[in-house]
Design a protein. Structure first.
Length: 517
């Protein structure tokens, strides 16, 4: 039977590195060090990262135990790894570290010393990668040993220049991604400075009865289990400026996602709501522990795979937990300083009676009503006036309609708004004379054909500054130009804002309607 050769070319490395930047690349190497440390039962794991922005070099050194000469091929062969899919590791894909070093640099040197053995040195560069056929890679035994159990990776000829601000971003990123490992004794240093942990489960606020809630359980996946924690609550600051609200994912203690806010977790058209300042106190932290194959991360561990079986099993619960607190955040918006932020002490509510993959849509007490929108506040403020003077309802509604048009993405929205505003004022003159001054429809009919005469009659009964009268006349003429002239004049946002204020003031003078509510 004929066969075909499906051996991959080494240039496969270059085809899979486009998604890697400094943060992702360095994290892949840190992941490897942590996995090797676990495998070798290494206590006091230390990972030293040195970045020289002058010489444009990077080195990553760890004391995780080193790699034996018999396993050096695992460092470079795509898909090969010592980790099994049944391990609770964070690097089981077998491609991350390989493509990470190649993504970062054109020239790579690796030294590793396993236990008390000699130090092995491997060097490769783009010339080796571009050799189409040859897959063998030689290594040297060095006469001068590095520390026992040490691996040191040195990167030269960086593909993208590294600046100081990127190094600063890396320090923060490492503190966030590996916070749980740092909390358990792993030391990560960048340019000899120890990275502090940055945790996101310490920012809660505890307004009764809306304290943070923790759901904790095991989820069965085929013949095995995944440990799951879902912790939701309100944080003690707006997470809008720094993106620190939303859903955070930790898989086997490694942070995968910070502040995820898309449809997969209920945002952007989902039950949680669209990304907005009014829900920016909402935070949900999801922690998963189990076999690597059951972790819903993508291959670079920089995001969640929404199609993954574990995520799909938990998706509705994550959304429901998050949506409940987004409702509370929205309801208290405008009152956070007085009714949310002061409650900086309290207890996390632990719900053990609820299945973690069936968190109900509503598990919190009903949140207070959200702050009414402007039309609702307007109706409430003017209720007595409208109830006693029914002819004012349409005038009030016309201002609301003009406001709605102004907010629409219409090319001629200002033109439409001007016509609505001026027509509202013209109708208001008639309602005022007929209903407030009781001149009767017959008397009104004698002047109704002339807007100027109607306006003069109204101004006999109310005081209107000359400057305001001139502005009203100006916008009336502008409206007539829109309707009767062939050339269409420009109506600016400033024009609409000014005239809207004038019309509101006139309605207040004539009927007592209030709009500043």
């Amino acid at each position: 039977m004929p066969v075909i050769d499906v051996t991959p070319e080494k240039r496969i490395y270059l085809s899979v590195i486009s998604e890697y930047d400094l943060l992702k690349g360095v994290c892949e190497l840190v992941d490897n060090a942590i996995d090797f440390g676990r495998r070798n039962n290494k206590a006091n794991l230390e990972i030293k990262i040195s970045i020289d922005t002058t010489r444009q070099t990077i080195s990553i050194e760890d004391n995780a135990g080193g790699v034996p000469a018999s396993e050096l091929g695992l460092l470079f062969s795509p898909g090969r790894t010592t980790n099994e899919i049944s391990d609770s590791s964070i690097g089981y894909f077998g491609v991350g570290a390989k493509r990470a070093v190649i993504a970062l640099a054109q020239d790579v040197t690796i030294r590793t010393r396993f236990k008390g053995k000699e130090t092995c040195k491997i060097n490769f560069d783009d010339d080796w990668i571009n050799e189409v056929v040859e897959w063998q890679l030689s290594y040297d035994i060095e006469t001068k040993n590095i520390g026992i159990g040490t691996t040191k990776i040195e990167l030269f000829k960086l593909r993208t220049p590294v600046k100081e601000e990127i190094v600063d971003s890396l320090k923060i990123h490492l503190g966030e991604v590996y916070a749980l490992f740092i909390d358990n004794g792993v030391a990560i240093l960048v340019n000899r400075v120890k990275i502090p942990q940055i945790l996101f489960d310490k920012d809660w606020t505890y307004p009764n009865p809306y304290q943070p809630t923790l759901f904790s359980d095991k989820v069965e996946v085929e013949d095995r289990f995944v440990d799951v924690e879902i912790l939701s609550g309100l944080i003690n600051h707006s997470g809008d400026p720094d993106g620190s609200y939303g859903v955070f994912f930790y898989c086997n203690d490694r942070m995968i996602c910070k502040g995820l806010k898309d449809f997969s977790v209920g945002f952007d058209g989902g039950p949680v709501g669209n990304q907005h300042f009014n829900i920016s106190l909402t935070r949900t932290i999801v922690k998963l522990k189990g076999q690597s194959r059951d972790m819903p991360w993508n291959s670079s561990k920089s995001g969640i795979d929404p199609k993954h079986h574990t995520f799909q099993k938990l998706r509705s619960s994550i959304i429901n937990a998050t949506a409940n607190y987004s409702k509370v955040s929205r309801a208290f918006q405008g009152k956070w300083d007085g009714e949310v932020f002061p409650y900086d002490n309290g207890e996390i509510v632990v719900r053990t009676e609820v299945l973690i993959d069936h968190i109900p849509k509503t598990f919190l007490p009903k949140p207070p009503a959200s702050k009414p929108r402007w039309p609702q506040r307007l109706a409430k403020a003017n209720k007595k006036v409208v109830d006693s003077k029914v002819w004012t309802q349409g005038l009030q509604d016309s201002i609301v309609a003009a406001d709605a048009v102004i907010k629409m993405h219409l090319p001629q929205r200002n033109r439409v708004a001007l016509i609505i505003l001026d027509s509202t004022l013209e109708i208001a003159y008639k309602e005022y004379l007929v209903n407030e001054q009781s001149i009767g429809m017959t008397a009104f009919g004698k002047i109704a054909g002339n807007r100027t005469d109607v306006q003069k009659e109204v101004f006999k009964h109310i005081t209107v500054p000359t400057a305001t009268e001139k502005q009203i006349n100006h916008y009336y003429l502008l409206r007539n130009d829109l309707i009767h002239r062939r050339a269409t004049p420009t109506v600016s946002d400033t024009d609409i804002a000014k005239y809207r204020k004038i019309v509101e003031e006139m309605l207040k003078k004539m009927f007592g309607l209030r709009f500043n509510v």
